[in-house]
Design a protein around this ligand. Structure first.
Ligand code: NAD
Length: 476
């Protein structure tokens, strides 16, 4: 928490208008920091700095960019404990989850250090004209990055690392609930050799106006957003004015299907990961559980028992598995989903009652017999509530799983690989976890279809989001 000002052009600055906002610890509701709130003049300063840093960085040899990114990974890896503590303080997640996030966040630097030297192209003969077709990838230009509060480190590094690998400068606007982790990363990037102006951080209370202003600056070429579908749509409208390259990682409504031939213990472990990693505050969180009639009683009993073994409390304390939700609004929304499902006939297997006292806590909750009409079947719960339904027919469960405007991730549990692969291929999702409750991996293309987004982060595809393709038709 040493750094609470804006980070522009390699310097710590107050906001031009002097504005600041408070950041709270969700476990105690105490103010832990007062952070500078960027205004339009600050955005202009960040754009100037990024524009000045661009030519030199874009001209660096890929190997040089790669080595800077590699040092970012080494330095962050040496300080995982500090990052994990900060993540817990501002987001609330328990220490093991925070360590998991910090490790995952650092890995993006290592992965894109390796990818930086592999921006391949193509030279070939045109079939008829005799010309040579030369295809190469070039850095697209300044990228505006907007990130959510659920992964304060990883959602930033997942964008910064590929942008830098591609040769682009960035301006990042972290979520107002959790700006401290991204600010804390900046001294480390400096130490790794990131030149001044290449990465700028502008937390702000005025997100809408600030981001809209930047997206209308002609020097900006990319907007990469992670957050709700609602805000993503707004940014796509703004991006249209200058025809920016958009990368959108938006909301989800993940189905988790357990077939009658699943290994139930494996399915329970997978379901725990898919539901409870980050307390369900993840776009990849399993939202709707479809359990085959023949195994529903066994799965429900074992899963409820596993949820019951979790200890809730301040994420910094030893022995705590799950912390608080990020803020009162999120907690109230989760409670309303449970109340709605219960009013429509769902049964509470465990949890379901909001504790008294300080902190935005809500307990691990399992609902069974959730009717298709319940709000939690159609909307993202974003909390520690599992909504269980039953099915008996494969075609019916595929139809129900696909009956959503979202398409980020689905989970399938079955030991019959032929059937499992056939089901996976028919699911309208950008990612599928097959007998696994965790799909995120820096080496894999993360992203959704339908209203879950556009573009991919990580994998080989991640760097291309920050590059333009140029084709030269040559005669030689
Ligand atoms: P959000 O959309 O409210 O906020 C995300 C970011 O956008 C924050 O930095 C916020 O300050 C900023 N923002 C808010 N309004 C804005 C506006 N009008 N213009 C520009 N920026 C604006 O989302 P959230 O509540 O922080 O995060 C939860 C959502 O994010 C969930 O829907 C979740 O599924 C989604 N999410 C998706 C992924 C993914 O990779 N697909 C990952 C994490 C979270």
């Amino acid at each position: 928490m040493d750094h609470t000002d804006l980070y522009i052009d390699g310097q710590w600055r107050k906001a031009a208008d002097g504005a600041r906002f408070d950041v709270l610890n969700p476990a105690t509701e105490e103010v832990i920091a007062s952070v500078a709130s960027a205004d339009l003049a600050d955005a202009d300063a960040a754009l100037d700095a990024a524009a000045a840093a661009f030519p030199d960085w874009a001209a660096r040899k890929p190997r040089e960019r790669s080595e800077v990114l590699r040092r970012c990974w080494e330095l962050m890896t040496a300080r995982l404990d500090e990052f994990a503590r900060l993540i817990t303080l501002e987001n609330g997640k328990a220490r093991a989850d925070a360590m998991g996030e910090a490790t995952y966040a650092a890995e993006f630097f290592r992965w894109f250090a390796e990818e930086a030297v592999r921006a391949d192209g193509l030279i070939t003969h045109a079939p008829a004209s005799g010309a040579r077709i030369v295809v190469q990838h070039k850095p697209a230009g300044i990228a505006v990055l907007v990130t959510p509060w659920n992964y304060p480190a990883a959602m930033g590094t997942r964008k910064i690392a590929p942008a830098l690998a591609a040769g682009c400068p960035v301006i990042i606007k972290p979520a107002s609930e959790t700006p401290l982790t991204m600010l804390a990363l900046m001294p480390l990037l400096e130490e790794a050799g990131v030149p001044k102006g290449l990465v700028n951080v502008v937390p702000s209370r005025k997100s809408g106006a600030l981001v809209d202003h930047m997206l209308h600056d002609p020097r900006v070429r990319v907007v990469s957003f992670t957050g709700s579908t609602e805000v993503g749509r707004k940014l796509l409208h703004s991006a249209a004015d200058q025809v920016l390259k958009p990368a959108m990682e938006l909301g989800g409504n993940a189905p988790l299907i357990v077939f009658e031939d699943a290994d139930i213990d494996k399915a329970v472990n997978g379901a725990m990961l898919a539901k409870m990693r980050n307390l369900g505050e993840a776009c990849t969180a399993a939202n709707r559980f479809y359990i085959h009639d023949r195994v529903a009683d066994e799965f429900t009993a074992k899963f409820t028992a596993a949820m019951g073994r979790l200890t809730m409390g301040n994420g910094l304390e030893d022995g705590v598995d799950v912390g608080p939700l990020v803020n009162a609004d999120t907690r109230d929304k989760v409670a309303a989903f449970v109340d709605d499902a219960v009013a429509r006939g769902a049964r509470v297997e465990i949890g379901g009652t909001r504790p008294n006292g300080k902190g935005y806590f809500y307990p691990p909750t399992v609902l069974s017999g959730v009717p298709e009409t319940a709000d939690c079947v159609h909307d993202e719960i974003f909390g520690p509530v599992a909504a269980l339904q039953r099915f008996s027919d494969q075609e019916d469960v595929i139809r129900r799983a696909n009956a959503t405007e979202y398409g980020l991730v689905a989970y399938v549990f079955s030991e019959d690989m032929k059937r499992a692969m056939q089901v996976c291929e028919r699911l309208e999702y950008g990612m599928v976890g097959l007998n696994r409750g965790l799909v995120s991996d820096p080496a894999a293309p993360f992203g959704g279809v339908k209203q879950s987004g556009l573009g991919r982060e990580g994998g080989h595809e991640g760097m291309l989001e920050f590059m333009e393709t140029q084709y030269i038709s040559a005669d030689w």
